[in-house]
Structures are given as structure tokens and as C-alpha cells.
Design a protein around this ligand. Structure first.
Ligand SMILES: NC(=O)c1ccc[n+]([C@@H]2O[C@H](COP(=O)([O-])OP(=O)(O)OC[C@H]3O[C@@H](n4cnc5c(N)ncnc54)[C@H](O)[C@@H]3O)[C@@H](O)[C@H]2O)c1
Length: 340
């Protein structure tokens, strides 16, 4: 199958490109290399004979001139929630108009789309309400798992809005033009090829800073590091995408929540302990009590629907995620210093 992966030099996109290439698909990437680290991933794609079109996703004139693809996997976004507060135009142009451009190309080609959406479409207020009373001093326990029916009411951040609006646009294109789609609403994803920064990719950032002994900060919710997230290994997402491609006609025009769920989750403070163990280094932490207006204290995904549809569930736990990310960072340490 001839497949275009947008954001193909990013963390998620590059892993998907490499995985699908091994399954003998004809893979292309579209990426303008705006994320620090994407030019490193480009070299990895090149070594694997995957071509990248260096095009801004906002530029439909260039996109429409590309050859026909059977499927587009849309992984292109400004993925940092906090950035969306300050760079509203760029985030809307990349994340929402970008998806519109992908859809126009799909309509022209009579092809189909797999969209990587985000758990950030969910209401920040409602997520806060799950744990409100238990938070700050005590360790959080898993109480509720979040599925496709959880509130998507405001507020959700500008980033969350662009992902939610993209989901709705895909559904409208499907209704009006019979485009087949699958939407994967993903929680936090981690693993090799991720260039972690303070506002995005915290697992990679945590491990890297332990490796190079650079201090970190617990931000928000009292600064105690009790925030909990489930984490999905990127290889588990790649396995899922492959299954979805194989069974496209069985389960299409559907939206799924996808995450590490109970098989892999961590609080920041527990992540620190795990990083200390694997790197044998201890680093300094400072605290910032005040939370950002976009922060959430908790997210655990309910994978029931996706599990039923594909008999899929994450195979790799937190230990494996940390081990694989650590190994990638260590093996490439010298070169990665330029990007991290
Ligand atoms: N990483 C996560 O934890 C996570 C969780 C849920 C959803 N997602 C979604 O997965 C997708 C990929 O995220 P990621 O973590 O790989 O992010 P990333 O920043 O690593 O990758 C995004 C890629 O898009 C490229 N890009 C950005 N703006 C562009 C533009 N205007 N034109 C062309 N290319 C552009 C960047 O250069 C980068 O290579 C995003 O849609 C994100 O919303 C990610």
C-alpha cells in the first residue's frame, strides 16, 4: 500500500514510518522539520529509504501536487499544549487547517485517513473533578478510566480544540464525501525517537536529564510530583496501526481512545525513582506549586472499545518503555546533545 505519514519525521510519525516499511508498505513522509530533533529522525528515515517531502502542511498548493496515496496517516501537529496558549495562529494553521488540507487531498485521491488525535480533547475541568479532593498531599490511585464518552466540553486548551475540531472535520468529510477514517484518541505516548522538552514528551525528558545530570522541576498541583498519566509505548501504537490497516474495512469510521491504561502508568515522583534506578544518577528537583491553567492531574485510558475491535492491548509496560527509551538515548547520546 502507498502510504503518506504527515509529521513523518516527528516522534510518532517516524516510528510509524519505520514500522510500516518493515511490513513492505511503500512509505513517504511529509514534514517541514520545524520540531527540534526532526532532522535527526529524517536521517533515520533516509537510511531506511523513506523519502520526506519538506512541505508545510498549511500549504495545500504543494500538497495537492503530490502523487496519489492509498492512505494518509496524519501525525502532523504542534503537539505541545502550552505552546498553543502563545502561538495560536500557528497551532490552528498546523493542527486544524493541516488536517483540512490532508482531507482535501484524500477527497481528491479517493483514499482514506488514520488520524492521531489526543486525549486533550477532554474537558480539563471534568478531569480535575475526578481527583479534586484526593489531590495535593496524597498519592493518587486509579479511580476512573476515561473512554470515548468522557466530556469534551470546555475548557480543553487551544491545542485540544484543534484536535477536537479536526476529529469533527474528518467526520463531516466522511459524511459528505464517503471518506473512510479511523481516529485514535491517544494519551501520552513515549519511546525511542522522542525529543522530550519541558512542555512535551516528559518521559524522554526525565530519562535524558537523569543521564546528563541536569535538574528538573515538579510543576503544578503543589509541586509534589503526584500527577498520574498512563503511558503508551510507541511500538504498541505501531502494532495497532498495522492491525488497523490490515482490517480497515472492518472497523472504519470509528473513534477510539487508546492509551497505556492500567498496564503502564506512573506519577512523576515514581518516574524519578525509575530513572534513578536505570541511570544510577540522582538529580536535583525544584518545586512549583502553581499549576498551569492547562495542566491535568490525572489521566488513565479505558481501552475497552479498541480492545474489542482489534483484540489489541498494550504489551509493553512502564519498565519496558523506560528501558527502550534509555537505550536509544544512550546509544545516540553524542549526536542527541545537539537537539536536546
Ligand atoms: N507524543 C504524544 O504523547 C502524543 C499523545 C497524543 C497525541 N499525539 C499526537 O500525535 C501526533 C504526533 O505527535 P509527536 O509527539 O510525534 O510530535 P512531534 O512534534 O514529535 O512530531 C510532529 C512533527 O510534525 C512536524 N510539523 C510541525 N508543524 C508542521 C508543519 N506546519 N508542516 C509540516 N510538518 C510540521 C514537526 O517537524 C514534527 O516532526 C500529533 O498529532 C499529536 O497531536 C501525540
Amino acid at each position: 500500500m502507498k502510504i503518506l505519514v504527515t509529521g513523518g519525521c516527528g516522534f510518532v510519525g517516524a516510528n510509524i514510518c519505520l514500522h510500516l516499511k518493515k511490513s513492505n508498505h511503500n512509505i513517504f513522509s511529509l514534514d517541514n522539520l520545524s520540531r527540534k530533533g526532526s532532522s535527526f529522525n529524517l536521517k533515520v528515515l533516509k537510511k531506511n529509504n523513506i523519502k520526506n517531502f519538506n512541505i508545510d502542511i498549511f500549504n495545500y498548493n504543494k500538497i495537492k501536487k503530490l502523487t496519489k496515496f492509498d492512505l494518509i496517516i496524519d501525525c502532523c501537529a504542534e503537539a505541545a499544549v502550552e505552546v498553543s496558549k502563545n502561538e495560536i495562529d500557528r497551532v490552528i494553521n498546523t493542527n486544524f487547517i493541516g488536517t483540512l488540507n490532508v482531507l482535501k487531498k484524500i477527497k481528491k485521491d479517493k483514499s482514506k485517513i488514520i488520524f492521531i488525535s489526543s486525549s486533550r480533547v477532554n474537558s480539563i475541568e471534568e478531569i480535575n473533578n475526578i481527583v479534586k479532593k484526593k489531590f495535593l498531599k496524597n498519592k493518587l490511585k486509579i479511580t476512573k478510566k476515561i473512554n470515548e464518552n468522557f466530556s469534551t466540553l470546555k475548557p480543553k486548551s487551544i491545542y485540544g480544540l484543534t484536535k477536537f475540531a479536526s476529529e469533527m472535520l474528518i467526520e463531516e468529510f466522511s459524511y459528505a464525501f464517503k471518506i473512510k477514517y479511523i481516529i485514535n484518541r491517544c494519551g501520552v505516548i513515549a519511546g525511542p525517537l522522542q525529543f522530550g522538552k519541558v512542555d512535551q514528551g516528559f518521559v524522554s525528558l526525565w530519562i535524558w536529564n537523569h543521564i546528563i545530570k541536569k535538574k528538573l522541576k515538579y510543576i503544578g498541583y503543589g509541586g509534589n510530583g503526584h500527577q498520574i498519566r498512563d503511558i503508551l509505548h510507541i511500538y504498541d501504537l505501531c502494532d495497532l496501526i498495522e492491525l488497523q490497516i490490515k482490517n480497515f474495512n472492518k472497523n472504519n469510521n470509528t473513534l477510539f481512545t487508546v492509551g497505556g491504561s492500567k498496564s503502564s502508568y506512573t506519577s512523576l515522583i515514581e518516574l524519578t525513582k525509575k530513572c534513578e534506578k536505570i541511570t544510577k544518577n540522582k538529580i536535583k528537583f525544584s518545586k512549583q506549586s502553581k499549576s498551569s491553567i492547562y495542566d491535568i492531574p490525572y489521566f488513565i485510558t479505558d481501552n475497552s472499545k479498541i480492545q474489542r475491535a482489534y483484540n489489541w492491548k498494550p504489551k509493553r509496560n512502564m519498565k519496558q518503555i523506560i528501558k527502550d527509551t534509555y537505550n536509544w538515548l544512550i546509544v545516540n547520546k553524542k549526536q542527541l546533545k545537539r537537539y536536546l
